[in-house]
Design a protein around this ligand. Structure first.
Ligand SMILES: Nc1ncnc2c1ncn2[C@@H]1O[C@H](COP(=O)(O)OP(=O)(O)O)[C@@H](O)[C@H]1O
Ligand SMILES: [Mg+2]
Length: 284
């Protein structure tokens, strides 16, 4: 089970004076169950790249294989691929439109012409997984808070029971509390459902502590593809492409300069605390 991207290049407005290369010869493979952060400065090609993964955009050159099948081949059923590769756009709450939260989440599965019981099962499971209480299911989506609306939109994609879930900047426009809530929720749904998650972000703070693998984009190219810990060793280069490293990782660098005995890289506040206590440098 995998999505394979091979030498993918995409030009907007190809063949016109306005042509612009947005993705430049990118290759990678995503295996089932992986948790990946796709990160890069605004304009680095992230949104363009991910829209290829479920067939919304066709590569100018290169291929995308879903379990070995070219998703753009004539005989491939793209609707099936789109069910399996769920894409949550940036500001997905703008696409909520039904009278109730439940109806909105139902929209996708209903189009699959499933029996009503199966629709209900999927909808209720999706709403529970994103942490929306039953008390809001029959409400209008417009009565919900910003964070709740976004969860309702994510539930709509989950109700299709995808194997891969791609979220484009899921924390955009949320306050820090809303941001932590939605990221925590994504982490737990990934653990419960076992699906692969690709979290797209321009913020290292957001993704560093959650993902197992970071794909870093710069000017349409793939710059790094490694564990966060390994990627963060390239501090200066990351700053030069407008990304930087999380504050806690940077604090670690500074403390080491001042003679503290600390690990090579630190990703979370909890790790920092444990390292300082273990080294006897502070007391619990
Ligand atoms: N619809 C479009 N038409 C022309 N150029 C576009 C379009 N969408 C994006 N671009 C350009 O493609 C590049 C990559 O954009 P995008 O994929 O949106 O990056 P990101 O999601 O990393 O911010 C940018 O230079 C952007 O201006
Ligand atoms: Mg984008």
């Amino acid at each position: 089970m995998s999505i394979e991207v091979k030498n993918l290049t995409y030009w907007y407005d190809a063949g016109t004076p306005y042509s612009k290369k947005a993705v430049d010869n990118v290759s990678f493979t995503i295996e089932k169950g992986e948790f990946i952060g796709l990160i890069g400065h605004t304009g680095s090609g992230k949104s363009t790249l991910i829209q290829h993964l479920n067939g919304l955009i066709k590569p100018t050159s290169g291929t995308v294989l879903y379990n070995g099948t070219d998703i753009f081949a004539k005989e491939t059923d793209l609707r099936q691929i789109r069910q399996k590769v769920g894409l949550v756009f940036q500001y997905p709450e703008h696409q909520l439109f039904e009278m109730t939260v439940r109806k909105d989440v139902e929209f996708g599965p209903r189009n699959l012409h499933l029996p009503q019981e199966e629709i209900d099962r999927r909808v209720e499971q999706a709403l529970r997984v994103v942490g929306l209480p039953e008390s809001v299911w029959e409400k209008s989506p417009f009565e919900l808070s910003g964070g709740q609306k976004r969860r309702a939109a994510i539930a709509g994609v989950l109700a299709m029971e995808p194997e891969y879930l791609i979220l484009d900047e899921p924390t955009a426009g949320l306050d820090p509390k809303g941001r932590d809530e939605i990221l925590g929720q994504i982490e737990s749904l990934r653990d419960t459902l076992g699906l692969a998650v690709i979290l797209v972000s321009h913020s290292m703070e957001d993704v560093a502590r959650y993902v197992d693998r970071l794909i870093v984009m710069a000017e349409g190219q793939k710059r790094y593809d490694d564990t966060p810990r390994e990627v963060f060793t390239h501090v200066f280069d990351l700053i030069s492409i407008g990304l930087g490293i999380p504050q806690i990782t940077e604090l670690n660098e500074r403390l080491k300069e001042h003679g503290f005995h600390l690990p090579k890289t630190i990703l979370t506040v909890e790790e920092m605390r444990d390292a300082l206590i273990e080294g006897g440098q502070i007391h619990a």
